[in-house]
Design a protein around this ligand. Structure first.
Ligand code: SF4
Length: 396
């Protein structure tokens, strides 16, 4: 096994997406210049139709585009027709080991199958799934995962792969993942089936970055990005964003899922925020910026920022809101904000699009700021004001 050469650098200019084929997951296009698709996965037993449908609705409300459901048993695939009937989102069936679950899911009308060919030993069975998906026009995601990439059946091959990993875990793992994915792709291309999405996942962000770079250089199939088993949001957030932001900023990745050991709504909220931060999705809700606080601070700013964030949750206009701890550097640092409060010595000065509108005592700051945001949002919705990142000229 040879280690892949590191590929740091050589990223395309910001905003340029690497060209890929396009597939359709239900009504959602993926690849081929379509917006980066945001996915998540239900955590309910799929056979529990009410709980699964309720969670899918919550994920849709949080901004999810496509949702995946696990189908380990026939009871789960049996629930799919009713879940599909009630779901506002396209459904991907997640299949491991049992090719019959894939056939049942296709017959139920799912919009995509996620398959790990390494888990299905019989090639004829994989071909049967390919045939069924072709007949229905359903794409298949072919994934390799660090946890299952090492050979399980052939002892000699397994031993050789383990020795290689012991010698250079990251380098040889990346090479192994890419090689296995190439083998899987050949199975699909031998059937002249190209309606595929690729993925290579690992808990190690560096492995994900390098494997996805290598895959995107070799293939023009759409690429699904994710750091698997990233852990709880507190630690998994950095682990996930390190890989996904790096790749997306290089134009790599057509669909993403952030995976946490937590409620999947958090995955979707963080995924949306990532896409908005990178300019890959238009923001629909307020953007909050706040000073990091320093020795000049004269109010209890950190709890105020949290309260402002909670209070803005029901505003549906992307007003840029700044909460700053002083009038010394705050105004310069809040440049570009539509609504800003500069707090100091128990008082707050509020600006709306560069114009000072009121000064309030510290206990009234939260409500006053919220009122001004809502007032501006209403004016924007009535067409009486426009949001702008540059029309701010704050002179306190
Ligand atoms: S805005 Fe003022 S208080 Fe906040 S970090 Fe900047 S200088 Fe410090």
């Amino acid at each position: 096994m040879t280690t892949l050469e590191p590929s740091f650098g050589g990223a395309p200019p910001s905003g340029v997406r690497r060209p890929t084929r396009r597939v359709l997951i239900g009504h959602v296009p993926v690849g081929g210049g379509a917006p980066v698709c945001l996915q998540s996965m239900t955590s309910t037993p799929t056979r529990d139709i009410d709980a699964t449908v309720a969670q899918i609705h919550r994920l849709a409300a949080a901004g999810c585009d496509v949702v995946r459901v696990a189908v380990p048993d026939p009871e789960d695939t049996a629930a799919l027709p009713e879940i599909l009937r009630q779901s506002p989102l396209p459904i991907v069936a997640d299949v491991h080991f049992h090719y019959r679950r894939a056939l049942e899911a296709v017959a139920a009308g799912v919009h995509k199958i996620r398959l790990n060919p390494g888990n299905i030993s019989d090639r004829a069975q994989v071909n049967e799934v390919i045939r069924a998906c072709r007949e229905r026009g359903i794409p298949i995601r072919i994934g390799v995962n660090e946890g299952s990439v090492v050979e399980r059946r052939d002892r000699e091959v397994r031993a050789a792969e383990q020795i290689a990993l012991a010698a250079d875990r990251r380098g040889n793992l990346i090479a192994l993942m890419v090689r296995k994915l190439e083998e899987y792709i050949r199975i699909f291309e031998a059937q002249d089936f190209h309606d595929v999405v690729l993925a290579a996942k690992s808990p190690d962000p560096v492995v994900v970055i390098e494997a996805c770079r290598a895959i995107s250089r070799r293939f023009d199939y759409p690429l699904h990005l994710g750091v698997t088993h990233a852990g709880p949001p507190e630690t998994g957030r950095i682990r996930s964003i390190a890989a996904l932001a790096t790749l997306l900023a290089e134009g790599i990745g057509d669909t993403i899922r952030i995976s946490y050991a937590a409620d999947p709504e958090i995955e979707v909220r963080d995924g949306r925020e990532l896409l908005c931060c990178l300019g890959l999705r238009a923001r629909a809700e307020p953007e909050l910026i706040a000073c990091p606080t320093c020795g000049r601070i004269e109010v209890d700013l950190i709890p105020l920022v949290q309260k402002v964030r909670q209070k803005l949750a029901d505003v549906r206009v992307p007003v840029k809101v700044a909460v700053m701890g002083c009038v010394v550097n705050g105004p310069g640092e809040a440049e570009g904000a539509d609504v800003a409060v500069f707090a100091g010595r128990g008082r707050g000065v509020i600006y709306v699009q560069g114009r000072q509108v009121r000064t309030v005592d510290e206990p009234q700051m939260l409500d006053a700021l919220h009122e001004e945001v809502v007032r501006l949002a209403d004016r924007v919705q009535r067409g009486e004001a426009t949001l702008s990142a540059t029309a701010v000229n704050i002179r306190p």
